[in-house]
Ligand binder design. Structure first.
Ligand code: MN
Length: 254
């Protein structure tokens, strides 16, 4: 089984090293193509206004001066010259739950895989306020990664679907199990704007990370993580709100 790995936190991200450990449990044909720098929040962006450079770090290890989507596209077209059997994106440093998904470089890299017709799984390690930045513990992801991926390999999923996995911010031994759940939603926007002054006195703005309030609807990814489970959510690329097709069409009749 040929596996392509990527990670929106960059080629040197600790979460990518964790994903390499997980992938090694599944196959010995593992390739890596990841952004050269962190690209969190890049969403499904594709670099179109400047060239992309690719660097070879090892026989099966490459970095790209672009987005997570660029990395998967380059991985498929330039590195592998065809589709692998599986694309794994992550393990992201931080949650990709509820409304996070459209911002997410991690999920978007998996979307790029799904668009190419490859089974694609995004993996994210949720962290608590105590362990942030360089201190995020990937213990739950490391211990539960292969256990959650294996049953997904042969699962019947239609085209243009992918799977979003999140690991709870607790020790692996405390994880209660795996739940297949729907996407939840955050009650409030995730970003606050922090204003500051740079060393030369110029004002800057930085999108902050507020504690987000949730209504933990039953059967959602947010609830599963809150209760100490690994969340598994099948996602589809069809964003159409089918129930509104009729009511909107009526607006244009007559
Ligand atoms: Mn990230």
């Amino acid at each position: 089984m040929r596996i392509l790995l990527t990670n929106d936190d960059g080629i040197n991200a600790p979460g990518l090293a964790v994903l390499e450990e997980i992938a090694a449990e599944l196959s010995d044909d593992v390739w890596i193509c990841a952004p050269s720098e962190e690209q969190s929040g890049a969403g499904h962006s594709l670099t179109l206004t400047r060239p992309v450079r690719m660097r070879k770090h090892g026989e099966k290890r490459f970095s790209v001066t672009g987005t997570p989507t660029d990395s998967v596209a380059m991985g498929l077209k330039q590195v592998l010259g065809g589709n692998p059997d599986l694309i794994l994106s992550g393990v992201n440093r931080g949650a990709n739950l509820g409304d996070d998904i459209t911002y997410s470089g991690t999920v978007s890299a998996a979307i790029e895989g799904a668009l190419a017709g490859v089974r694609a799984i995004a993996l994210s390690q949720v962290y608590s306020r105590e362990g942030m930045g360089d201190d995020v513990p990937f213990d739950a992801a490391r211990q539960w990664g292969a256990r959650v991926i294996r049953p997904l390999l042969g699962a019947p999923l239609p085209k243009r679907t992918l799977v979003n996995v999140n690991f709870p911010p607790i020790a692996a031994s405390e994880v209660k199990g795996i739940r297949v759940v729907r996407q939840g939603f955050h009650d409030y926007s995730r970003s606050s704007v922090v204003e500051g002054r740079d060393p030369r006195g110029y004002r800057y703005y930085w999108f902050g990370l507020e504690a987000i309030e949730h209504t933990l609807d039953h059967g959602t990814d947010l609830e599963a993580i809150d209760e100490g489970f690994v969340s598994v959510t099948p996602l589809q690329l069809d964003l159409t709100h089918h129930a509104s097709l009729g009511t909107l069409a009526e607006r244009f009749e007559g």
